[in-house]
Design a protein around this ligand. Structure first.
Ligand code: NAP
Length: 294
């Protein structure tokens, strides 16, 4: 079997077109969803993520408030900016690009964000709501993974899912979402990590394997069953002398071999990546609707 490639760029483009229409309808009611973005320091990867997020806002008609601060910004100044955005009615979502430079306390900054504007879904109050199945902002990457599965027609109810990785931003929230008793859950989930005794035993049993380990070739063809659905969240730079940059991006899965066994698989790049920003836009639009009582 050769897998159907799940085209994350296309799914993201479809969702962004839906959001653009919604934003246009909201503008007729004088509602303009706004995202406040804070980037501290000069990290090139963070700079390009933030630029991509701001461009995506512009593309669908959102207002974005861009704040790029020097690496030596104090905790007090950063907290004061978050507080200002909390009070600003033009801002419906606040995004603090992580990681913050050394010396700044990330946990305190995330706690300071008004949970009603926490469009990344990282505030402990929103994490708690997600765990107990209350309506809240779902974290963008795991929510993007679930949208990719649903929009590809993959059945989650009753599926055996193996997640490789237990980080707070991908593995843990994804596991929580997939076990909820609702249309985007009802799966049976195993979460694997570096202390898992026999990783292949778990991935081989799974109908759906989702990998967020941050290591190339964590999942190879001998570790999955025929017809498996594979979602590769990983983004790794590997040296490639044929590229001008000297490197290329690969995921955590041995794509070429696994695609010959799978029924569906996401590529890297072009799989989960485009969905993460799309779900941030989605949360910002949701937040504006909630603020307007819609
Ligand atoms: P992380 O915080 O480093 O967590 C990695 C997790 O994978 C840990 O739980 C670790 O286990 C587990 N792990 C690592 N190697 C393993 C192995 N050989 N076998 C089993 N488990 C293993 O990473 P993250 O932030 O979740 O990100 C994971 C990957 O996804 C990275 O490549 C990142 O760049 C990518 N990512 C992509 C997007 C996107 O939008 N496309 C968004 C977020 C992250 P322990 O807990 O035991 O250490």
């Amino acid at each position: 079997m050769t897998a159907r490639i799940i085209d994350g760029k296309q799914v993201a483009a479809d969702m962004r077109a839906e959001l653009k229409d919604e934003v246009a309808r909201l503008k007729q009611q004088a509602i303009v969803p706004g995202l406040g973005v804070i980037l501290v320091g000069e990290d090139p990867a963070s700079q390009s993520y933030v630029t991509a997020k701001e461009r995506a806002c512009e593309d669908i008609g959102l207002y974005s408030d861009d704040n790029r601060l020097p690496a030596d910004t104090s905790q007090e100044d950063l907290m004061a900016l978050v507080e200002k955005m909390n009070k600003d009615p033009k801002i419906n979502g606040i995004l603090v690009q992580l990681p913050l430079p050394k010396g700044l306390n990330e946990a305190d900054v995330l706690l300071a964000i008004d949970p009603a504007k926490d469009v990344d879904g990282f505030h402990p109050m929103n994490v708690g709501k997600m765990v107990v199945g209350e309506k809240t902002f779902l974290p963008c990457t795991p929510h993007g993974v679930i949208q990719l599965l649903i929009r590809s027609g993959v059945k989650l109810e009753g599926a055996e899912v193996a997640i490789v990785g237990r980080s707070n931003i991908v593995g843990k929230p994804l596991a929580n979402m997939l076990i909820q008793k609702n249309a985007t859950g009802n799966a049976t989930v195993t979460v694997c990590h570096t202390r898992t005794k026999n990783l292949a035993e778990h991935t081989k049993r799974a109908d759906i394997v989702i990998v967020a380990a941050g290591r190339p070739n964590t999942v190879t063809a001998d570790m999955v069953k025929d017809g498996v659905v594979v979602i590769d969240v990983g983004v790794n730079r590997v040296e490639d002398a044929t590229k001008k940059s000297g490197y290329r991006l690969v995921g955590d899965v041995d794509f070429e071999a696994v695609k010959e066994k799978a029924s569906f698989i996401t590529p890297v790049p072009g799989g989960v990546g485009p969905m993460t920003i799309t779900m941030l836009l989605y949360n910002t639009v949701e937040s504006a609707k909630r603020a307007a009582g819609l």
